[in-house]
Design a protein around this ligand. Sequence first.
Ligand code: 2U9
Length: 354
Amino acid sequence: MQELRDKYIQAIGSAADEAALEELRVQAVGKKGEISLKMRELGKMTPEERQTAGPALNALKDEINSALAAKKTALADAALDERLQAEWLDVTLPGRDRRVGSIHPVSQVWEECTAIFADMGFAVAEGPQVEDDWYNFDALNIPGHHPARAEMDTFYMHRAAGDDRPPHVLRTHTSPVQIRAMQAQGAPIRVIAPGRVYRADYDQTHTPMFHQVEGLAIDRDISMANLKWVLEEFFSAYFGTKVKTRFRASHFPFTEPSAEVDIQCSWEGGTVKVGEGDDWLEVLGSGMVHPKVLEAAGVDPSQWQGFAFGMGIDRIAMLKYGIPDLRAFFDSDLRWLRHYGFGALQVPTLRGGI
Ligand code: 2U9
């Protein structure tokens, strides 16, 4: 009996896990376990023998059961300790630094323009960046021989060998978008076309990809006076102060008459301030849409007329935020963005001001 006890108590003490423990339980006190079998033998004993063997077996059974229970608890505690050790976390450590992104100035100005023109009833039109040369040039009264085609530093998309069709181009302006909008919608129409455009040019004020917002308003009796009002409203909302404009006669193939538009500014201490002073700064081109352009877009020029304008989004972003080099917009090092305070600037609208 003592031997039996020692065997099991020792085995239970060194059981490695719950499965081993269960095996020992079955072996010792299970239905066919060693101790249960011994208990069954009690019936064959003399009453005297049974009187000592009975209580001794019961005591042994109890002792083994308690040893099993104690070991089970010890194994569970050890497993929990091990898990706690593995999953230990110092909640007093400082948090990880999160990099905060901000909207790009060009995107922000793009949205500001959209909001301001939306307040004046202009919808946004979009179109492909890889254009048919008809949409980019011919429809805009820039025929094949026109010097403007050569001047525009166009990126041509080459055709496969043997394909003689004219090559596609990366659009050099967003004007094709308005041609497509007129074809789709007809007149009257009031849209702006913000988007990326491409010209093979690179210096402090030119990048091969830049952004334009163009506008178009066609109706029965739209005039240059409406154009001047729309532009002054736009610049005043955009710069957050009353801005005067000056029109100078110019020439574009797609407008007649045409005007370059300057905004009022001052040049004090080497920085430009818009909306004050006696100087002028050229910011956009405009005019009355050429009848040939209306015709190309399927709008009858004897019934409809209107204005169009175009300006560089990057350029007016630089002006508003005092950014001197256009190339900064597309630089991979964006620390300058923080320098110019980009982040939580509000989007101005005509009604809200800034
Ligand atoms: C249609 C008809 C006419 C849009 C116009 C300009 C003049 C112009 C430049 C400003 C700075 C391009 O980004 S820039 O280099 N744009 O001078 N754009 S009139 O005329 C249109 C457009 C669409 C159907």
